[in-house]
Write a protein that binds this ligand. Structure first.
Ligand SMILES: Nc1ncnc2c1ncn2[C@@H]1O[C@H](COP(=O)(O)OP(=O)(O)OP(=O)(O)O)[C@@H](O)[C@H]1O
Ligand SMILES: [Mg+2]
Length: 587
């Protein structure tokens, strides 16, 4: 049974075990006190009432009141303490989940829908919190209550008590059957919610495309169909629950009827007083709620188990790219040297390799342009230097050490990447640029912005403190690209990896970036994936990627002359770095 999944949550519950046990004990004490009330009632009926002793009534009533007040106060404290423990557990679990999905590799994120991760992080973790903070506690309390009350009933009348206990046995069978079918349908609902979350997320992110293509109606129809499906499954879930709760509601009534019958018989034959029968019956009423609520608790447990299963599917996925136990630090000084040795790569699930035997050496301080047709594998190759992916064949060496033998943190502080798709986070310009070099001061930040010609930031409403990204102002594609470039150069990394970093810039801005970047690249080992001859001019040499291999290496002019395929990909303009004539005159 999959309730085992729930057992795995114990490490999160453990820090709160003392609070929980304490609260359970408090709740049980409450039950014991409550179970004492019918006995007081019995004393009242058989004592003062039967004997007409009026002064004897008052203390009993006061006792009732006092017990009620104390019980209420305890319940309040109990709820607060439990809620605190449960929300604390939920917070820790959610933080761990976030940390784990950050550690997971790109292949994992390619495979998983964002909505499935979102629904796990939000609703599944909350479901577990509700069960731990409420269901679990009452499960224990109810079982203890049941045993205790049956025990007290035994002291009153063994026969009737046994009849009561046996009468409740069918509950066990009904619950077992319910658990089995409820688990399946719960999993279905929770998975469907994940899919729906993905749709909402994509609709929000792709709103421009949806509107521009007039696909609002189609998307809405798709969404409504998915919503309807959830409604159907939820209804199936509810019908199961309703049937189960219905049965659970009937069982105690049947038992009560039997006890009433047998009790009346016992009173008639003098083996029980009326007071005793009333007490017995009121005590029995205490069993009704624990049994009826069992349904609610079991369904909560079932939902929590499913939620735990879904969460552990993510926790159980180990990050494929992680430090080896004997990983060493990368060098921290001097320019770096990079070598691709027989590198091949095949995407998971694909049979055709994207790269097959790439050999390329980039000398310390050299800048290489990587040219290749679209889809030839440039982005894939570049991603291997900072270990965003690992080659499936061969190796990438940084300063003659396999990057897989280096500590990730040290590798990534030596290698900096400007991606082709510049992502900005909901944070200030400063935070976005200093993402990888939090300790770099304002001076380094300024220099990086100069290199990337991103001085437009000064015109933003709050300058460097302007919030950008989803929660802030929107920047243009070219502006975002320049911030991403500034982010890559800011820490003065030894290795700079740039994936088509200037694709969104106009010619003038591109030239300006070239000027500054050319200077900044002097003592840096760099590899730039490029599509335009203008950017090739930044490089000392060009490597041409074709059919998954480096087909040729040389200067732009050489390759144009010797390799027609190269000219076909990049065009046959000369690669020249335009120098600003005016500036040169002034200098
Ligand atoms: N996550 C992925 N899963 C499966 N195949 C992929 C994945 N990413 C890329 N590919 C495939 O791998 C090939 C190389 O892609 P890559 O992004 O490296 O090309 P590229 O040279 O950078 O192209 P471009 O110049 O358009 O940026 C493409 O055919 C692409 O379809
Ligand atoms: Mg690419």
């Amino acid at each position: 049974m999959h309730l085992q999944a729930l057992w795995r949550v114990r490490s999160y519950v453990k820090p709160h075990l003392r609070t929980m046990v304490l609260m359970i004990v408090a709740a049980v004490c409450g039950t014991v006190v409550a179970a004492y009330m019918p006995i007081v009632t019995k004393q009242m009926i058989d004592g003062p009432l039967a004997q007409g002793d009026r002064p004897g009534v008052k203390p009993i009533v006061l006792l009732f009141l006092a017990i009620g007040v104390v019980d209420g106060g305890l319940a309040f404290i109990r709820r607060l303490m439990l809620a605190y423990a449960a929300t604390e557990m939920e917070t820790v679990m959610r933080n761990d989940f976030y940390a784990h999905i950050q550690r997971l590799d790109l292949a994992f994120h390619d495979r998983w829908q964002t909505g499935q991760l979102l629904s796990r992080a939000n609703s599944d973790i909350s479901v577990i919190r509700r069960f731990v903070g409420f269901g679990l506690v009452f499960l224990v309390v109810n079982i203890v209550t049941f045993i205790y009350v049956i025990g007290v009933l035994m002291t009153m009348h063994v026969g009737l008590a046994l009849l009561t206990a046996v009468g409740f046995v069918p509950v066990a069978f009904v619950s077992r059957r319910f658990n089995r079918s409820y688990g399946t349908v719960t999993r279905q609902v929770q998975d469907q919610i994940g899919d729906l979350t993905t749709q909402i997320e994509e609709a929000a992110q792709g709103i421009r495309v949806i509107k521009a293509y007039g696909r609002r109606e189609t998307m809405l129809a798709k969404f409504m169909a998915a919503s309807k499906e959830i409604q159907h499954t939820s209804m199936a879930q509810t019908i199961l629950r309703a049937r189960f709760f219905g049965l659970l509601g009937v069982i105690p009534k049947v038992v009560q009827a039997m006890v009433l019958l047998a009790g009346a018989y016992a009173v008639a034959h003098g083996s029980l007083t009326i007071g005793e029968l009333v007490a017995f019956f009121s005590l029995m009423v205490m069993l009704v709620w624990p049994v009826e609520s069992l349904g609610e608790i079991l369904s909560m447990g079932e939902e929590a188990a499913t939620a735990a299963e879904r969460i552990y599917e993510v926790f159980d996925t180990p990050p494929l790219i992680a430090d080896k136990p004997d990983a060493v630090n990368a060098r921290t000084d001097g320019p770096a040297h990079i070598r691709f040795h027989d590198v091949g790569f095949t995407f998971p699930g694909s049979t055709e390799p994207v790269l097959r035997g790439v050999n390329l050496e980039i000398a310390a301080g050299e800048t290489i342009a990587l040219v290749g047709a679209t889809g030839s594998g440039k982005t894939t190759l570049l991603a291997m230097i900072g270990r965003l992916i690992d080659p499936t064949q061969g190796s990438v060496l940084l300063d003659d050490l396999d990057v897989r033998d280096l500590k990730l943190a040290s590798l990534r502080s030596r290698v900096s990447v400007a991606f082709d798709d510049p992502t900005l986070f909901s944070a200030s310009v400063r935070e976005n640029v200093l993402l990888g070099a939090i300790d770099a001061g304002d001076e380094a930040l300024r220099a990086a912005l100069e290199v990337a010609s991103a001085t437009f930031v000064d015109e933003l409403p709050w300058g460097l403190d302007t919030r950008v990204g989803e929660q802030g102002i929107s920047l243009s594609g070219g502006q975002r690209q320049r911030l991403a470039l500034a982010r890559a150069v800011v820490g003065r990394p030894a290795v700079l990896v740039m994936d088509d970093p200037l694709s969104a810039l106009d010619v003038r801005t591109e030239e300006a970036v070239h000027q500054a970047l050319h200077a900044a690249l002097q003592d840096v080992t760099a590899i730039i994936a490029v599509h335009r001859p203008s950017t090739v001019a930044l490089a000392d040499r060009v490597a041409f990627l074709q059919d998954g291999r480096i087909a040729a290496v040389g200067t732009h002019a050489d390759l144009l002359e010797t390799n027609p395929a190269y000219a076909a990909v990049i065009g046959d303009e000369p690669a020249v770095l335009h120098h600003d004539a005016d500036e040169e005159e002034v200098a």
